[in-house]
Design a protein around this ligand. Structure first.
Ligand code: ME8
Length: 641
């Protein structure tokens, strides 16, 4: 069994996590779970970077101690671990004693190699980067090339690391191990930076209290990047009495992979290997840099003010959907754009319509044909088996290359093929015409076998939902390795529970707000799309609770041309408020006393400040609503079916 050490960056504690931080940990977690299933011995590390001027300043601004700020942010990371199901083996904090020991040990080794000297350091300094820049590197009006904020002139005596000495060894490393930096384009950037010449690096700071004191240099603290990078080995016990993990996963480990965002590539692919070379320690085997999540064309970041908080998305869509979206929508290595609309669309198309719809069709049919059980006959000779084999191979090849979007695409291609397979054979008609025949059993079994294979492959990505899908098709214990991707594993003739809706459709209009939805509707052409709407089962139809109601009051919604606020009696005692887009077609007095049909179990939505609890049904003729009424007066609350 080979060992695989996998790390995320350790995140700064001057701000709460946003979607970008969660992304890297989601990637790490998915990869860790994948590798464990692939039979590797994995150690997965994440943590927080707690020292430095930024954090000191952020804490001071709040009037609290830096450690109190760090504790608060760490608690949030822990909470998100629980919500998102992260399975890391350890969480390192740079304020821990064990980490300090590791930092002292690497400094001792670099000192022994003769790679430190003391000198005066002057230059333009960006506090958020904790980095000096040359005049040439600065943006207009002396601003930081990364943050665009003003830099400060700094002059102090510091300890310097002889980075220049490692220029050639680093270039040799990139030549001999081109896989050291991935993707390849990033290696070219790093190589160009090193070829342009490396200046020695100041690795201590004067007048900065919130840091690890630099050994034998009173008044100096360790430069935050030398401090932070060392987490990758201090967390394994480097510098302590117990170095078992360090020996296994670093010193003698097979793969040592750092997952990072491209913003911190230079630190990981230049400084870190140089420190390690100096200290005589093994280097990471791969530094893999991904791109940025952007919103409105800019990197998602606190300073850009375009942060996406994970909690809101998790509340609405569920943690596993958030994980899925992040992996599906970004080509790993490139930048990707985040939008709420893309999120809802992806969720509805891939889950509500895709996997969820296929699952519920199959389970419903199998249960009604075979007495609440899975089909009694398996099948190996059919067109889906080779398609599933191909999908599983494509999935595995893509996962090993961290091409998560392609891995997921190959699974959803298989879902699409299975949809067509079922659609062509019309098993619901077979059941009606011929009853529960072996032929019907095989068709349904094939479809469910695909669902089993897809959800097994989804276990690393959706660790909570995938087991639920598996349980729904009679596989209560999810597989622990990828042998289960082979065709043939679905048990025949076992009991399956009635299906709880796992991926309820999200009402996009309610989610995005009425205005946005209207714009979108104008851009699309519903009649053409209608022909492609997938069939639903009777069970799915009954998920909508349609009831007759009498409109007891109606008034226009202020400042809205289209919306009317209705008070509707559904026979529930208290009447409900329902907002309907009918004000251009109806006057309030046309409506009072009329009976209409209402979707009664719709989630509430707030439209122009009014909470709506239901939807009134109307035919839509060229966008004009025409209300539906019962043919005769019936009691309020009568079910429509
Ligand atoms: O840089 N898109 O911490 P940090 C994608 N403490 N990923 C993003 C992102 C975005 N918009 N924003 C942040 C630090 N990330 C240092 C690291 S390591 C020894 C020290 C992710 O809190 C991405 O992984 O600024 C990026 O590298 C990391 O968060 C930076 O987190």
């Amino acid at each position: 069994m080979s060992t695989f050490y996998l790390t995320t960056p350790i995140y700064y504690v001057n701000a709460l996590p946003h979607i970008g931080h969660i992304f890297t940990t989601t990637v790490g977690d998915t990869l860790a779970r994948y590798l464990r299933m692939a039979g590797q011995e994995v150690y997965f590390l994440t943590g927080t970077d707690e020292h430095g001027q930024n954090i000191e300043r952020a804490a001071r601004n709040e009037g609290i101690e830096p450690i109190a700020l760090a504790d608060r942010v760490v608690a949030k990371y822990r909470e998100l671990r629980d919500r998102l199901g992260f399975s890391y083996d350890d969480f390192v904090r740079t304020t821990q004693e064990r980490h300090k020991r590791g930092v002292y040990e690497i400094i001792r080794r670099i000192e022994a190699a003769g790679d430190f000297y003391t000198a005066v350091h002057e230059g333009w300094y960006c506090p958020p980067c904790e980095t000096f820049y040359t005049e040439k590197e600065l943006g207009p009006e002396k601003t930081c090339p990364v943050h665009g904020t003003p830099v400060e002139w700094k002059s102090e005596e510091n300890v310097f690391f002889k980075l220049s000495k490692y220029q050639q060894p680093l270039l040799d490393l990139y030549r001999e191990h081109p896989e050291f930096v991935r993707p390849e384009t990033r290696l070219n950037e790093v190589r160009a930076f090193v070829e342009a010449g490396l200046r020695d690096l100041s690795v201590s700071r004067a007048n900065l209290e919130w840091g690890i004191p630099f050994p034998a240099k009173p008044g100096q603290t360790v430069y935050v990047w030398l401090d932070a990078l060392t987490n990758y080995i201090s967390a394994l016990g480097f510098g302590s009495d117990d170095t078992r993990l360090y020996d296994r996963f670093w010193e003698h480990g097979d793969v040592r992979l750092h997952l990072i965002g491209k913003d911190i590539l230079r630190f990981h692919a230049v400084y870190w290997p140089a420190f390690l070379m100096s200290a005589g320690l093994p280097l990471p085997t791969v530094v893999w840099a991904h791109g940025w999540w952007q919103r409105d064309g800019r990197k998602v970041s606190k300073s850009a003010g375009n942060i996406v908080r994970p909690d809101e998305l998790i509340d609405r869509f569920g943690a596993d959907s958030v994980r899925y979206f992040l992996l599906r929508e970004m080509v790993f290595g490139q930048d990707a754009n985040f939008s709420d609309e893309a999120f809802v669309d992806r969720y509805n198309s891939d889950f509500a319509n895709g996997l969820g719809n296929l699952l519920s069709r199959l389970v419903t049919l199998s249960r009604s044909a075979f007495d609440g059980r899975t089909p009694p006959h398996a099948c190996s000779d059919n067109e889906l088996a080779p398609a599933a084999k191909q999908a599983a191979e494509d999935y595995r090849a893509a996962m090993e290359n961290l091409a998560f979007n392609r891995a997921l695409e190959s699974l959803w291609r298989l879902i699409g093929e299975t949809d067509q397979y079922i659609h062509r054979r019309e098993p619901w008609k077979m059941l009606k015409a011929e009853g529960p025949t072996p032929a019907l059993a095989r068709i349904l079994w094939n479809g469910m076998e695909v669902v089993r294979i897809v959800s097994t492959a989804l276990l690393p990505v959706m660790p909570r939902m995938a087991p639920q899908v598996l349980a729904a098709i009679g596989v209560p214990e999810p597989a622990t390795n990828f042998d289960a991707l082979r065709w043939g594993g679905l048990p025949t003739d076992v009991e399956i529970p009635a299906l709880a809706p796992l991926f309820p459709r999200i009402d996009k209009a309610a989610y995005l707000g009425e205005a946005k939805e209207k714009k979108k509707m104008e851009e699309t052409t519903p009649p053409a799309a209608a022909a492609e709407t997938p069939r639903i089962t009777v069970d799915q139809f009954f998920q909508a609770e349609l009831k007759v109601a009498t409109i007891v009051a109606a008034e226009p919604v202020p400042k809205s041309k289209k919306l009317m606020k209705l008070t509707a009696d559904l026979g529930e005692g208290a009447p409900r408020t329902i907002v309907a887009g009918i004000a251009l077609a109806y006057q309030p007095e046309d409506l009072v006393g009329k009976q209409v049909v209402v979707v009664a179990n719709l989630q509430p939505a707030t439209l122009m400040g009014v909470e709506s609890n239901g939807m009134v049904l109307a035919a839509s003729l060229d966008g004009k609503p025409i209300l539906l009424h019962p043919d005769a007066q019936v009691p309020n609350g009568t079910r429509v079916k």
